[in-house]
Ligand binder design. Structure first.
Ligand code: MG
Length: 338
């Protein structure tokens, strides 16, 4: 087995802006693992605020020696080795996990979703994210999301009600709310959630800072709609900690080192009676199809990466009735552009 990787800057359709900071692309590392004439594709997506970069990924990946393993199918052993090379680096680790699964699908002549017992017919709709922006820009973005049945709205700023009122002046689609830890007072947060629920919010993600465990638990107990932990939930061990604090967990391959651990987290969450959402960063179809392969095992999907980016290295997934179609092909079913 031979690993290779190259840096790629994924351009965003709209600049991503938060206070004092704006970015127009997301740094990726695209990986390939070659074995027996077959190639598996993987990806690391590294939004800067999460602490990984193309440099840290390169420094990590150069240490990975897959030549010591006789077959990609020893995946448990390979991933345990990769995880032990260094702490952290979840996206770099995911880029190996995803490439290995694509490769195993190709070796077994199976789509990746069937490796996990995932049924394409159970695919939930995927939401498309609307970031915090001026009313005119929000309206323009809404016109571009007509193929999606659900919207995810980023709140947590001073103009939360304006954002919702702007959206509601255009569409009555259900809304997934993501406050990204933006609400600091639990009573204000609860009041907001009641108001949002009256305006068609389905659930609210990371309403308050993850460190405020008691406040988040209180909110979950009193909220009229489910709450999800996202920033609070990175890897397998965090699922158990989410019980009693949130109604559900948002699992992302770039946080949890890939499909193998994500599948374990989904099973654990089910066992604990937690709801499950699968989300993404700015990612190409490679990591998105990896997450989509697991999405039928989840309640909600937020896998909009390819539709928020331009000049992409792979063809976009097919969206039908607001759901990503899982093609009955081998591996992830992605096609690199010529
Ligand atoms: Mg989130």
């Amino acid at each position: 087995m031979k690993l290779s990787f190259k840096a790629f800057d994924l351009k965003l359709k709209y600049p991503f802006t938060i206070a004092n900071f704006s970015r127009t692309s997301t740094p990726l590392m695209l990986t390939q693992i070659e074995y027996d004439g077959l190639v598996g594709h993987g990806e690391a997506s590294m939004p800067p605020y999460l602490g990984e970069s193309q440099q840290t990924a390169a420094d990590f990946l150069v240490k990975v020696d897959l030549s010591q393993f006789s077959s990609p199918e020893n995946i448990e052993e390979i991933l345990a080795y990769v995880d032990a090379i260094a702490p952290g680096n979840p996206a770099a680790k995911a880029s190996i996990d995803i490439a290995l699964h694509d490769l195993i699908g190709k070796i077994k002549n199976q789509p990746c979703y069937s490796l996990f017992g995932s049924q394409p017919a159970q695919m939930p709709v995927t939401s498309c994210t609307i970031g915090i922006d001026k009313a005119e820009t929000v309206k323009k973005k809404l016109l571009e999301t007509s193929d999606f049945k659900v919207l995810k709205v980023k709140l947590g700023g001073a103009n939360d009600r304006e954002m919702i009122e702007t959206i509601r002046s255009v569409t009555d689609k259900p809304l997934y709310i993501d406050a990204n830890q933006g609400w600091k007072d639990r009573h204000e947060a609860l009041e907001k959630i009641f108001w949002l629920a009256e305006h068609g919010a389905v659930f609210v993600e990371q309403a308050m800072p993850k460190t405020l465990v008691d406040d988040n638990a209180w909110l979950t107990e009193n909220s009229p709609i489910p709450t999800f932990g996202d920033e609070a939930v990175q890897r397998f061990g965090d699922v158990e900690k989410a019980k009693g604090v949130y109604s559900g967990v948002n699992i992302k391959l770039m946080k949890c080192t890939g499909m193998h651990e994500a599948a374990k987290m989904i099973a654990k969450a089910r066992q604990l009676d937690l709801k499950v959402m699968i989300g993404c960063m700015s990612e190409t179809s490679c990591a998105i199809m990896a997450a989509a392969s697991l999405a039928p095992l989840c309640d909600y999907a937020d896998l909009d990466g390819p539709w928020l980016t331009i000049d992409k290295p792979y063809d976009d997934p097919i969206l039908q009735d607001g759901k990503i179609i899982l093609p009955n092909t081998v591996g992830l079913g992605i096609t690199p552009k010529a």
